[in-house]
Design a protein. Structure first.
Length: 312
């Protein structure tokens, strides 16, 4: 589990563990938080746009790094814990101490202390919360992949990750460039690829999950699709091909977007690279975490990274 990539990876995991233990409100114990800190540090190492000295040596962790910890803090919560977090994000009410709530406050507080406005990020948190609540009420017996996607593209937390780092790095663009980026579909493609890589990676674990589990529902795209395609192998092959097609779509659209707007707005290249790195980093993280994603090596080997297009 603790196969560190380098010293930076190890130190980030230590800082996240220290934060988790200071704010712990659960009864899962130190080993649970050690695991979460290691997972978050791994995704951060592969996905973060850069490593700051503040994040390593200063009194605070980067907001973007804390956001990755938030992903794992909310992943394994009970329905009651999830509802408490959603209520906080939508109404500001705090029913009781909650690690997810503490992490959101720390993320926003870190940015406020740097003098960075957080209005867009707070709205993205609220958007995630509304979809997370709705996702838990879906009828799994009738659910299709097409009907699930409007929820999953937000509950996968890719929009939150991208918005958090965009805010922290000051990469918001003029409105017409933001609109062009949205119309390109790159953020949505990234979310789709992250969902596919994660679902292909966690297939064995998700297939073995008990239907009466009291925790939040984590729906797997492969399992949703296998009934329509006749077998699990067919569903895997279909989604692997979807991932390959997404790589081509991303490369084509990003190249066109940068050709049209990149010279007028240099920060657009940084935004595109942020999205590309997050997507590729997610795949690298899933591949690295072999004990979290058992039996997935062959499936993941068929997925390829988005090539570097930022200098085009």
């Amino acid at each position: 589990m603790t196969k560190y990539l380098d010293e930076s990876h190890r130190r980030t995991a230590q800082k996240l563990l220290a934060w988790s233990l200071r704010h712990c409100t659960c009864t899962r114990g130190r080993a649970y938080h050690e695991r979460g800190a290691y997972l978050a540090a791994t995704y951060d190492a592969y996905c973060a746009p850069r490593r700051t000295t503040t994040g390593l040596d200063g009194p605070e962790v980067d907001a973007g790094t804390l956001l990755v910890l938030f992903v794992f803090l909310v992943e394994d919560v009970t329905l009651a814990e999830n509802e408490a977090l959603v209520r906080f994000l939508t109404t500001g009410a705090v029913d009781e101490r909650n690690e997810g709530v503490a992490c959101v406050r720390a993320i926003l507080g870190t940015l406020h202390r740097k003098g960075i406005p957080t209005g867009r990020l707070e709205e993205t948190f609220r958007s995630w919360a509304s979809r997370a609540r709705a996702e838990q009420s879906l009828d799994l017996e009738e659910l299709t992949l097409a009907a699930y996607w409007p929820y999953r593209q937000h509950t996968i937390l890719v929009p939150l990750f991208l918005e958090c780092w965009t805010t922290e790095l000051g990469l918001h663009l003029p409105s017409h460039i933001e609109e062009a980026l949205d119309l390109s579909g790159l953020p949505e493609l990234s979310a789709h690829m992250v969902v596919l890589a994660n679902d292909l990676g966690s297939l064995d674990r998700d297939a073995a999950r008990r239907p009466d589990d009291a925790h939040v529902v984590d729906i797997n795209s492969v399992l949703l699709l296998e009934g329509n395609l006749g077998s699990r192998d067919a569903a895997v092959r279909h989604l692997v091909e979807e991932y390959r097609n997404d790589v081509e779509r991303f490369t084509t659209r990003a190249t066109r977007l940068l050709a049209e707007h990149g010279h007028a707005e240099p920060r657009l290249r940084d935004r595109v690279e942020l999205i590309r790195r997050q997507t590729n980093g997610n795949l690298d993280s899933v591949r690295h975490l072999t004990d979290r994603y058992p039996g997935s090596r062959e499936r993941l080997r068929e997925l390829s990274a988005i090539p570097d297009i930022s200098a085009g």
